[in-house]
Design a binder for this molecule. Structure first.
Ligand code: BES
Ligand code: ZN
Length: 445
């Protein structure tokens, strides 16, 4: 195994699941691995404490007049359940069929490790970097980065930079270089539906009092109309129409046709807002999705119960100009107005973040496009992303810098799911890409 793969395997072995407090020590141990690695590369490194998981900041010796580039990544990962659906252990990485299989292999350890190792190679070969570099690795991205905005505010001057580079997004198809210039925002909530003050016999009382599970289903069903649009009043108020140039450009992006989407998702048919392609639905339109629902008996066989309680979790994906707080308030009002007789709801707001969009043709955007072209042998496609990395808009607002999203996550990498994987090919291409990118950014005007 190459030293680069050994380094990646070392970090993949830490079960750094940020949402699970049982894993707090693993998250910290993972952060400490990076501290030691950055030290060995000769960078000045600091392990910065937060109210929860630590942030790692590493820098080279700045030289006046050079561009400052901040590379952001996250070393925390999503939980692994359902564990029984994994073909190999999530924290015991293996290489099979040219892919590295492990939780975090793509999201995000593999992708940011490519940058780290590209920097290490450059330092070993050339003794210095073409830019002033700041690495910022956090351990809370998968729980909505609760402590990072405050940290950025506190260290605004120290973290000032000209441009930010992030590989934590998608590549539309193997071998198709992809520059992301936008992300959807997000706003989440949880809703508890309660009725009778105890579980009841569904024969003795069913039909005479409301069933919270039925009411939860009715509330969920009320969120969309028959055309696939979100039925919450005002939901689309701030949403701008997509520009013709963007729709035209996205229609040429490979990997987004009907057949591609059916294959990668394993769905029997496409679905969504009428009048939009899959790319437009994913990258340019807001949504409201159920992420979980519960209530009543879940065990084997039947149990004739009328449950006292049911619930569901929602997340809305947002586009530029939609305010997460305003949209969530509209959702809350909608749910209250649609609560069936005989039940009550408790609404709890979750984490949120704004959408992000930048100009892919800025000087730095052009440098990123040129780097992608040099490494992959063809011009990149320019896309916005369906997923969210809220801290990118926060960095824009607090540090004043735009972000180049150099996506290496392939459509079938299965991030957040069992059998997450990262191709060795993209890992190695990512190392070359980071090297070329810094060189081009260093000489861009
Ligand atoms: N890397 C993803 C985001 C992503 C994936 C963007 C693929 C574009 C393409 C990130 O780790 C993530 O999962 N973000 C969360 C948001 C967060 C607030 C929990 C998301 O999008 O659900
Ligand atoms: Zn993620």
């Amino acid at each position: 195994m190459t030293p680069a793969l050994e380094d990646l395997f070392a970090v993949l072995r830490f079960p750094s699941i940020s949402t699970d407090s049982n894993h707090a020590a693993d998250v910290r141990a993972c952060a400490n691995w990076y501290v030691a690695k950055f030290q060995s590369m000769g960078l000045a490194v600091e392990l910065c404490e937060t109210a929860k998981h630590p942030i790692v900041v590493a820098k080279n010796e700045p030289v006046a007049g050079r561009k400052t580039v901040l590379i952001y990544g996250h070393y925390d990962v999503q939980p692994v359940d359902p564990l029984e659906l994994w073909d190999s252990e999530p924290f015991n990485p293996v290489i099979k069929d040219g892919k590295i299989w492990a939780r975090g292999s793509t999201d995000n350890k593999g992708q940011h490790m490519a940058h780290l190792l590209g920097v290490e190679e450059t330092l070993l070969e050339e003794g210095e970097l073409p830019v002033n570099l700041i690495f910022l690795l956090e351990g809370e991205e998968e729980i909505g980065s609760p402590n990072l905005p405050g940290f950025l505010e506190e260290r605004k001057e120290e973290l000032a930079c000209d441009i930010i580079a992030v590989s934590d997004t998608g590549m539309v198809a193997p071998g198709v270089p992809t520059l992301g210039y936008g992300l959807r925002g997000i706003t989440c909530c949880e809703v508890k539906v309660t009725g009778p003050d105890k579980d009841l016999h569904s024969g003795v009382y069913g039909g005479a009092v409301a069933n919270p599970a039925t009411a939860a289903a009715q509330l969920i069903a009320s969120l969309h109309d028959s055309e696939g649009r979100v039925a919450v009043a005002g939901f689309y108020d701030e949403v701008e129409d997509l520009a013709d140039w963007e729709r035209e450009m996205w229609s040429q992006v490979p990997g987004m046709d009907r057949q591609d989407v059916l294959e990668v998702t394993g769905s029997p048919d496409l679905f969504g807002e009428q009048g939009y392609s899959s790319a437009e639905r994913l990258w340019g339109r807001p949504t409201c999705e159920v992420n979980g629902m519960w209530g009543g008996y879940q065990g084997e066989g039947s149990k004739t119960v009328l449950p006292a309680e049911a619930g569901f979790k929602l997340s809305c994906r947002l586009v530029p100009d939609q305010d997460p707080v305003v949209v969530l308030e509209r959702v809350r009002k909608h749910l209250e107005a649609h609560t069936p007789i005989g039940v009550q709801i408790e609404f709890e707001a979750g984490h949120s973040g704004k959408a992000y969009v930048a100009d892919p043709h800025s000087e730095e955007g052009k440098a990123a496009q040129a780097a992608l072209e040099e490494v992959f042998g063809k011009a990149p496609v320019l896309i916005r992303e369906g997923g969210s990395i809220p801290i990118i808009q926060d960095m824009k607002e607090i540090l004043g810098a735009d972000t180049l999203m150099l996506g290496l996550a392939l459509p079938d990498c299965q991030i957040h799911s069992p059998n997450e994987n990262f191709t060795v090919e993209n890992f190695e291409a990512g190392i070359r890409l980071s090297r070329v990118l810094l060189k081009k950014l260093g000489t861009s005007s």
